[in-house]
Ligand binder design. Structure first.
Ligand code: FAD
Length: 481
């Protein structure tokens, strides 16, 4: 086969499912879900629960491994949160579900092809890049994106060679959300603790030799505007061998009237941290919150890498829309730092041919149906931008799937032939001969877990695509040696 059709199709590609479908068919709809993070799995779950019409799901993932940010975003020292992957595995066990890894939309298959061979396409591709600071010096070695650092310590195969320079005594993490806290915590945590997690071995080696003694978490606004969750803040109080420092002024003196309950809980957690005396542990690392500060320039060392961060000191100002914004006072602070991590937001990337809101970094939609799309739907971070915890994606996926089923429900499959699943897999394999099936992923999983047993860790991750494919090949032997 050379074309996108998995064999000659009885259905035309008219752009309207009702026009091209066969209403009398008892065959199920075939839906492609692109991306296998939480949103993709929750969408698959909702689709598979549909009885009329019945739906088969093929999930297409660019990596040889599933679970999206649950594998490559959630911090290694949060194993309980990562255990949501058990739910995804239960969803994957459904007989009408198939997972295909190492197949990238845009490289191996196009949007047009997917639309042609499936009855509908659900994009669950997350937010694959990040926002920049937009300050001079940002391009210097030693200034890295949180997306890269997070991928690096989590063994994402695209980030195994990121240079995370931990030679200086101070690191600055710019951002006031949970990702910033995760990164700061990972830079401070004792490696003996991390050694029990599924952190990538290369990251463990670099962190073991870290010279960093202090990590500044810098936010352009104050604690009441930060987007930390309270649990993440409270957790800092229990970090062994780490002194957490919060400037009491600006935390303790905020009037609470009219503040949301979540903000009040955060302020309470910060007050507890502010009132906690230093651990007294010799050599304890310090995690320091610096609110109302914006980096305005990064300065280089003689060697050309980051050496200093120039911070503007801000003060609160009420914007015309009532929001509290940061106003530069003109005052400056300069701090030495060998590493600057920007954690100011993940950002979605466009899908060729689909509309894209570049400012918000998501695909515009109506209840999950892509604006101007053709049987195309979005879920998760590419639908609503990089906000919300894992569970948020469940409700959000249900909305999109309800829209999809309402749109397609009366239509039969575009191709009602019973051997359609076989032909779809053959087409995908033709597009990507090194396709990883669910069996291939389980072979990877087994190798990683077995290596983990030996070291008393949940798993030891394979971090190179070649190694992942080689492990998968033990199960997916059909595409050669
Ligand atoms: C650093 C970090 C830590 C977090 N920690 C927590 C936490 O502790 N608790 C919590 O509840 N939430 C946490 N979250 C939030 C949670 O991870 C997200 O809500 C969730 O992962 C979003 O799901 P998603 O499926 O939209 O995106 P993702 O999880 O990013 O999944 C997208 C998937 O699509 C794939 N993909 C992308 N492009 C393509 C393509 N072209 N072709 C094929 N596949 C593609 C990706 O490889 C990926 O597998 C964290 C987020 C981050 C960034």
């Amino acid at each position: 086969m050379t074309g996108p059709h998995p064999g000659p199709s009885s259905a035309s590609s008219t752009g309207s499912p009702s026009r091209s479908s066969s209403r009398s068919s008892s065959e199920p709809l075939h839906v492609a879900v692109v991306g296998s993070g939480p949103a993709g799995f929750y969408a698959a779950d909702a689709l598979l629960a549909s009885e009329a019409p019945q739906v088969r799901v093929d999930m297409i993932e660019r990596l040889p491994t599933p679970w999206g940010l649950v594998r490559s975003g959630v911090a290694p020292d949060h194993p309980k949160i990562k255990s949501v992957a058990d739910t995804f595995e239960q969803i994957a066990a459904h007989p009408a579900f198939r997972w295909y890894g190492h197949v990238a939309l845009g490289t191996d298959v196009t949007r047009e092809e997917l639309k042609e061979v499936y009855d509908a396409v659900v994009y669950a591709i997350g937010a694959q890049t990040d926002r920049h600071l937009g300050v001079p010096g940002e391009q210097l070695a030693g200034c890295v994106a949180a997306t890269d650092v997070v991928g690096w310590y989590n063994g994402h195969p695209h980030f195994h060679d990121v240079e995370v320079g931990l030679h200086g005594e101070r690191a600055v993490v710019v951002g006031n959300g949970n990702v910033a806290l995760d990164v700061a915590r990972m830079l401070c945590t004792d490696v003996a603790e991390l050694n029990r997690t599924d952190i990538a071995d290369h990251a463990l080696a670099v962190l073991s030799a870290s010279a960093v003694r202090e990590v500044l978490v810098v936010g352009r606004r104050g604690p009441a505007q930060a987007t930390f969750t309270t649990l993440e803040l409270r957790e800092l109080g229990a970090l062994g061998g780490v002194d957490v420092s919060v400037q009491p002024a600006g935390v303790l003196d905020i009037p609470e009237d009219g503040l949301a309950p979540a903000v009040r809980r955060n302020l309470a957690a910060l007050r507890v941290l502010a009132a906690t005396p230093p651990t007294g542990t010799p050599g304890a690392r310090r995690l320091v919150f610096r609110f109302w500060r914006s980096p305005i320039a990064l300065e280089a060392s003689d060697a050309g890498s980051v050496a200093r961060v120039v911070l503007a000191v801000n003060e609160p100002e009420v914007a015309p829309d009532g929001r509290i914004v940061a106003r530069d006072t003109g005052q400056r602070e300069v701090v030495d730092a060998g590493l600057v991590v920007r954690a100011v937001g993940y950002l979605g990337v466009p899908v060729a041919g689909l509309p894209f809101d570049a400012a918000a970094g998501h695909i515009p939609h109506e209840q999950g149906r892509v604006e101007g799309g053709d049987r195309e739907y979005v879920v998760g971070w590419i639908k609503r931008g990089p906000t919300g915890v894992i569970g948020t994606n469940k409700k959000d996926a249900r909305e999109s799937v309800a829209r999809l089923l309402a749109d397609l429900g009366a239509a039969g499959p575009r191709d009602p032939r019973p051997d359609r699943p076989v032909r779809l897999e053959a087409w995908l394999r033709e597009r990507q001969p090194a396709l990883v099936t669910d069996e291939g992923w389980h072979a990877i999983d087994e190798v990683e877990r077995a290596a983990g047993v030996v070291q008393g860790r949940p798993r030891v991750k394979l971090v190179h695509t070649d190694d992942l494919l080689a492990a998968a090949r033990r199960a997916d032997g059909s595409w050669g040696s």
